[in-house]
Design a protein around this ligand. Structure first.
Ligand code: GDP
Ligand code: MG
Length: 439
């Protein structure tokens, strides 16, 4: 989304307000980006409509460009959709009964062991693992093996048994063994089918699980959404685990599943190892889906630190090549306030790529202090019109700031290069290499 929005930024930068036309234009890109992140098209449609309504009704914050304003609204809506706070399990329950459901291969068995480990590590709970997939002998072996590797007790299920009986007995057995969590690893199919749904409903009725987690493979995107919808309809799930988020899926499925089921995503699987389970954080996920973490932090920092009108004035000056040494000094002070020059460059849309080309841009404190001293030794007119700085003025400035004449010359040369580069940057042209600071 970042790449796309850069294009939009360029196109709609300069508009004072969001209007029907520029919002539509920005949203066309947002729509495509969401579809690329594998968000369901119906969800995308409903979503962009909400953003459009809000964007049109809202004033653009002074410190933001219209493009950034759209990003801000998009992000807020994604967050609202995903749910603000991370949610996990209801730990008041003892024993806590968790039922894992989902299609075959989605990651139920793996997640069963991951969840057990997570509960032991972070909540000092004692889980009891229950293989309830009696149709594939390998499925029972798989969970028994994982349980013994991690040293968890597991129910001695066999293929001949009725899964409802297994689950009922397992809950009793867990209590006998002093376990305070029971995780039921139920059977899956390649597709939803009625007998399976009936079986899951019967298990639910028999043991009354506190949690029914739907396990979805993030890589399957669109399909996972439909399946999540029908599991939720039949079983009234309590939450979702998105597995295989360590792959390159952008996680658009999270958005769709949440929109379709209304149930929270609680955990994400980040790998095949038992320790690869994480709590789902809506804010991080939103940034990942949209691929725009950097812009968001710019917006946040900008709102905190920048004086809105000053920033707008700076941009105007940059654009019109009226950027002076005075402004340069102001920027340098701002760099000090916000962190490194590199971190600021990275936050500007379009600059992420450029900082990569640049490598490390270093401007140590000492160096900045020296540049400030040189600029400080100039007269107001010299700062506004560096062209007038002839050799005798250079000598005076060098003396006043305790540097060599060559240093003053270098500063002026670099400043001129930087000014030209920034101008081209604001015009959206191709980036030349950043000149090195005088040193
Ligand atoms: P089940 O049929 O639903 O029980 O699925 P399994 O737990 O057997 O998992 C199917 C496959 O997905 C296995 O090869 C797992 O190692 C793999 N898998 C499960 N979760 C993850 C995950 O979060 N990341 C990755 N990379 N692989 C996973
Ligand atoms: Mg399994």
């Amino acid at each position: 989304l970042q790449d796309r929005l850069e294009g939009v930024f360029k196109k709609i930068r300069g508009h004072a307000r969001l209007d029907e036309t520029n919002v539509q234009e920005a949203l066309r890109e947002v729509r495509l980006a969401l579809l690329e992140a594998d968000v369901n098209f119906k969800v995308v449609k409903a979503f962009t409509e909400r953003v459009r309504e809000r964007a049109l009704g809202q004033d653009v914050l002074k410190s933001l460009t219209p493009g950034q304003m759209v990003v801000k609204i998009v992000h807020e809506e994604v967050l609202a959709l995903l749910g603000g706070e991370a949610q996990t399990l209801d730990f008041r329950q003892k024993p806590l009964i968790v039922m894992m459901t989902g299609l075959q291969g989605s990651g139920k068995t793996t997640t069963t062991s991951k969840l057990a480990l997570w509960l032991r590590r972070h909540h000092k709970r004692k889980p009891y693992l229950v293989p309830a997939d009696v149709y594939r002998p390998a499925a029972i072996d798989q969970l028994h093996k994982l349980a013994s590797q991690l040293d968890f007790p597991a129910h001695p299920s066999t293929t001949g048994q009725n899964p409802v009986d297994i689950c009922r007995e397992a809950v009793e057995e867990a209590a006998r063994q002093g376990c305070d969590v029971v995780i039921l690893d139920t059977a899956g199919r390649l597709h939803i089918d009625e007998p399976l749904m009936e079986e899951l409903k019967a298990i639910k009725a028999a043991v009354n699980p506190h949690e029914i987690l739907f396990v979805a493979d993030a890589m399957t995107g669109q399909d996972a959404v439909t399946v999540a919808g029908s599991f939720n309809e039949r079983l009234d799930i309590t939450g979702v685990v998105l597995t295989k988020m360590d792959g390159d899926a952008r996680g658009g499925a999270a958005l769709s599943i949440k929109e379709v089921t209304g149930k929270p995503i609680k955990f994400v699987g980040m790998g095949e190892k038992a320790s690869d389970l994480e709590i789902f954080h809506p804010d991080r996920a939103a940034s990942r889906i949209l691929g725009m973490g950097d812009i968001l932090s710019l917006i946040e920092k900008a709102q905190e630190e920048f004086d809105a009108t000053e920033a707008a004035e700076m941009e105007r000056k940059l654009r019109q090549a009226q950027f002076t040494l005075d402004d340069f000094r102001t920027q340098m002070r701002r760099v000090k306030k916000l962190g490194s020059l590199e971190s600021i460059l990275k936050m500007i849309p379009g600059m992420g790529k450029i900082t990569k080309q640049l490598g490390e841009v270093q401007m140590p404190e000492k160096e900045m202090a020296r540049l400030e001293a040189i600029i400080g030794s100039m007269t107001k007119n010299e700062r506004l019109e560096p062209k007038i700085i002839n050799d005798s003025r250079k000598r005076r400035i060098a003396k006043g700031s305790g540097v060599q004449v060559g240093d003053v010359t270098a500063l002026l040369k670099n400043f001129e290069q930087m000014r030209m580069m920034m101008q081209r940057m604001m015009g959206g042209g191709k980036m030349p290499k950043m000149p090195s600071m005088p040193g």
